[in-house]
Design a protein around this ligand. Sequence first.
Ligand code: ADP
Ligand code: MG
Length: 372
Amino acid sequence: MTSATARAPGRVNLIGDHTDYNGGLCLPFAIPLGTTTTARARGDDRVRVRSTAYDDVWTGRLGDLTLGARDGMPAWVRYVAGVLWAARADGWRLPGLDLLIDSDLPSGAGLSSSAALECSVAVAVAALVDRPLDPGSRPGLAELCRRAENDFVGAPTGGLDQLASLLSTEDHGLLVDFADTSTRQVPLPLREAGLVVLVIDTGTSHDLADASSGYAQRRAECDAAAAALGLPRLGLAWADDLSRLTDEVQQARARHVLSESTRVEDAVAAVADADWERLGSVLTASHASLARDFAASTDELDLAVATAVEAGALGARLTGGGFGGSAIALAPRERVDAVRLAVGTAFAAEGHAAPSFVEVLPSAGAAVLDQA
Ligand code: ADP
Ligand code: MG
């Protein structure tokens, strides 16, 4: 193979926020927006990376794909170089590469442009060097991309995004149990039920790779709460354990993590019963927990959620970690325009920048588009 093109989608996390790194449950699905990478093999050991989202072209050598060389790279290049670094660590034999990246995903909006980027690079390069891409190989590929983001980029994210991008299938949610990273396809016939998920991008971006970010702080607080309980991860705690936490902040964080996994189970049950009203209520309850106990919301996200529900959405919540980014609203197709209008009007009234909207339904995971 001399060239391969792959596309990997972004995702919406329907429910289950901040559960991944705590060993709990979540239910994401892939969206139609995504990132495309074309990988071409070169005859030398050079690596050239270009993204239509940035002006510069990064040029290095295969030998530069080391943790030591990381600091000299532009921040966005680290997501790409990290995948090549992790692949080489796993024994992939890589030629020199030209990588061309193009995306229709907003970056930093909570729709996982970072995982879409990593996964599109991983799948394109895997196709190029003839690595397996069947469903059984994909959890390993997701793990490789997670290592790129955690260990090379330095963003302490939990692996949900990469699994969703690589394993999702159309009209299904991907139930992930981070106790053992097992996954199950859950039929999610929103289209058939006349529903859509409206993504409300508040335009306030979050930077998950920033060590001082709210995301990194919450992760540290959860680790501290687990340590106080003598557990490796909070997801292993029982509800009874909460009263053993003497630190109020840790107790609140733990209460969110444990109740959120229960809400994911409730959501899966509501979907199985086609009880969409109940699904909506569970989503809104998740937002309340993220805002109150996890302190991960913002004024814009709270306003988007409250206004969407008032305007006729069945439920709404922040998605993708919070601290800015996007909210989602589950709404009957015929009410979506009213929800958009109400949220836009409320943002203007509060002096917030105009939000942007995308309607999504559960879509297919990453795929090779072309190879030669
Ligand atoms: P999210 O994944 O929610 O969009 P992150 O902070 O995790 O937010 O990732 C956003 C970062 O990913 C960007 O700041 C940029 O470094 C990188 N990135 C995303 N999309 C692209 C792209 N098309 N080209 C280059 N880098 C990208
Ligand atoms: Mg990300």
